[in-house]
Design a protein. Structure first.
Ligand code: SF4
Length: 356
């Protein structure tokens, strides 16, 4: 059980305060983050999560990192929305494998109103299996958010991606405010939020601080905060940018640690880019307060360490997968459990990137 020394939840961080945390000596930053982590969670437990792409590729957006954007030549074959029955097959397999939450991702700018009943049917049916439900479908109107909530959707993922002052370097087809609006609609509809970003896209440390500041100053901290490390996928603008240097691994750990300090009750998730991380780097991330990973062979647009490697790492580090967590999020007391992804078809580049 976590220790009782809880950290106050704040929503008024200045960029300077966040930057000062980034600038701490590395051992001091990790010590603080580890202390906060164990104040809210059992540091020996890691939530394992995976995702099912229910609609792949053909996205009209221009996210510079994403192989599913229609405009980039990345070799992704666009696929239509899966049938409810096909999704249910996956959900049943997931449940049989021990999942209690099932996440469905679609590479859309936003769902059309005509798509909502189809997705709502999936949600209803998956829910009827006794699974928690999670989705990421792009921007949502308030009406669409309410419809999904009414269908039984528990969680909605929508990332901020990067700092407001770097955003226009990466995406031009929707505004930062559009993202904030969708998150508001999700919260207002009564769903929990999963919201994070991507680092290593050429942003400065100041801008990484800006991303975390924006996340922490949302009206409610996201229940889950995925922190992705850029994976360069051939054909995307960021992969074609030869001047883009790889992010220093210690800087990635710092980002995890600061996320843990700013959002002490959230699940901080290692997401895309984990396959490229050494075991030692992942261990540092766990020490810095990461307590959730994507698990399994594939993670949407990119590869992911295979299950055996994850299990071996857990064994070596004395960690165990979280089965059912007394979630210490904003609402408190909510059960937050695993997602098991069972899709073994397609290639690594066949999955939407916006959901990681
Ligand atoms: S990240 Fe999402 S919204 Fe952006 S291009 Fe990829 S699928 Fe579309």
């Amino acid at each position: 059980m976590p220790a009782v020394s809880e950290t106050p939840v704040r929503h008024d961080w200045s960029r300077g305060e966040v930057r000062a945390l980034f600038d701490l000596p590395f051992p001091e930053l990790l010590h603080r983050a580890a202390s906060v982590h164990r104040g809210h969670f059992d540091p020996s437990e890691v939530q394992v999560s995976t995702l099912l792409s229910v609609k792949t590729g053909g996205c009209p957006e221009d996210c510079a990192y994403c192989p599913q954007a229609q405009r980039y030549q990345t070799g992704v074959d666009a696929q239509k929305l899966m049938s409810t029955e096909a999704v249910l097959d996956k959900a049943r397999q997931a449940k049989a494998a021990g999942a209690s939450r099932f996440c469905m991702g679609a590479a859309w700018r936003s769902p059309k109103d005509r798509d909502i009943p189809k997705v709502a049917a999936m949600i209803r049916e998956v829910k009827a299996l006794g699974l928690e439900t999670c989705a990421t479908l792009g921007m949502l109107s308030d009406t669409q958010a309410r419809s999904l909530k009414d269908a039984g959707l528990d969680y909605y993922n929508h990332n901020l991606d990067t700092a407001p002052d770097f955003y226009n370097e990466i995406i031009h087809t929707r505004d930062y405010q559009d993202r904030l609006d969708t998150l508001e609609h999700v919260r207002d509809a009564g769903m929990k939020t999963c919201c994070g970003g991507i680092v290593g896209m050429g942003e400065s440390r100041q801008q990484r601080a800006g991303l975390l500041q924006a996340l922490a100053n949302l009206p409610a901290h996201p229940d889950s905060v995925p922190i992705n490390r850029l994976v360069k996928v051939a054909g995307t603008p960021l992969a074609d940018n030869e001047e883009l240097a790889e992010l220093d691994p210690f800087e990635f750990v710092r980002t995890i640690a600061v996320a843990r300090l700013l959002m002490p009750r959230s699940m901080v998730r290692l997401s895309a880019g984990r396959e490229q991380m050494s075991d030692e780097l992942q261990a540092l991330c766990f020490l810095a307060g990461a307590n959730s990973i994507f698990y399994g062979e594939k993670l949407l647009t990119t590869g992911n360490p295979d299950t055996e490697r994850d299990l071996a790492l857990f064994e070596r580090l004395g960690l165990r997968p979280m089965q059912v967590v007394e979630h210490a999020g904003q609402e408190g007391g909510t059960v937050h459990a695993d997602i098991i992804e069972t899709d073994t078809t397609g290639t690594d580049a066949d999955r939407p990137a916006c959901v990681a």
